[in-house]
Design a protein around this ligand. Structure first.
Ligand code: PRP
Length: 176
C-alpha cells in the first residue's frame, strides 16, 4: 500500500488517551442519570467512539450515520446527504453527536439540522478535533478534544484518501 506522504505525529497515543478521558469525564458529569444516544459520524469517528464509550463507563446507546461529503482527495465537495441512516428513534432522546473532526463545519451543521428536525430532548456535539481556520459554517462544539492547525490530519480513525486510519497517533500529512 502506498502510504506517501509520510505522516508526522501531532498528538501521541498517550495524549489522545488523556484527552478522551477528559472528554468522558465532562460527558459523564453532564449526562448523570440519563441514557444518551451517541451518534457517530462514519467512518472517521469509529476509533474515537470505541474508546470513548469504554471510558465513559455508564449505559449509553450507540448508533452510526454516514454522510456523503468528501470525495477523493483533500477538499470537501460541500454537497451533503445521508447515505447510511439511523435505526434508533431520535425523538425525545438525549443525543450526542460524536465526530472526529470539524473542518468547514458543513457536515456537522447539516447533521445538527437533520437531527433537530427529529425532535430530540437535547442535542450536543462532541468532536475529537477542530480545525477552526477552515470554518465556513459556524458550529458550537460542546465537548472538544484538540484544536488542530490548518494541515491535513490523519490517524486514530481519520483518513486521507482512505489511507492512515489505522495509525494510533493523530498525525499531519502535507498535501503534494
Ligand atoms: C470528515 C469528518 C467529518 C467531516 C468534516 O468525514 O469525519 O464528518 O469530514 O468536514 P467538514 O467540517 O468540512 O464538513 P469524511 O467525509 O472525510 O468521511 P470519513 O469520516 O468517512 O473519512
Amino acid at each position: 500500500m502506498d502510504c506517501q506522504p509520510k505522516p508526522q505525529i501531532l498528538f501521541t497515543e498517550d495524549e489522545i488517551e488523556a484527552t478522551v478521558r477528559r472528554l468522558a469525564a465532562e460527558i459523564r458529569r453532564d449526562y448523570q442519570g440519563k441514557h444518551p444516544l451517541l451518534i457517530g459520524v462514519l467512518k472517521g469517528s469509529f476509533v474515537f467512539m470505541a474508546d470513548l464509550i469504554r471510558i465513559l463507563d455508564f449505559p449509553v446507546e450507540v448508533e452510526f450515520i454516514k454522510l456523503s461529503s468528501y470525495g477523493k482527495g483533500m477538499e470537501s465537495s460541500g454537497k451533503i446527504k445521508v447515505v447510511q441512516g439511523l435505526r434508533a428513534k431520535v425523538k425525545g432522546r438525549d443525543v450526542l453527536i460524536v465526530e472526529d473532526i470539524v473542518d468547514t463545519g458543513k457536515a456537522v451543521s447539516f447533521l445538527l439540522d437533520y437531527l433537530r428536525k427529529k425532535k430530540p430532548a437535547s442535542l450536543r456535539l462532541c468532536s475529537l478535533t477542530d480545525k477552526p481556520s477552515r470554518r465556513q459554517v459556524p458550529v458550537a462544539i460542546d465537548y472538544l478534544g484538540f484544536t488542530v492547525p490548518n494541515k491535513f490530519i490523519v490517524g486514530y480513525g481519520i483518513d486521507w484518501d482512505e489511507k492512515f486510519r489505522y495509525l494510533p497517533d493523530i498525525c499531519t500529512v502535507e498535501s503534494e
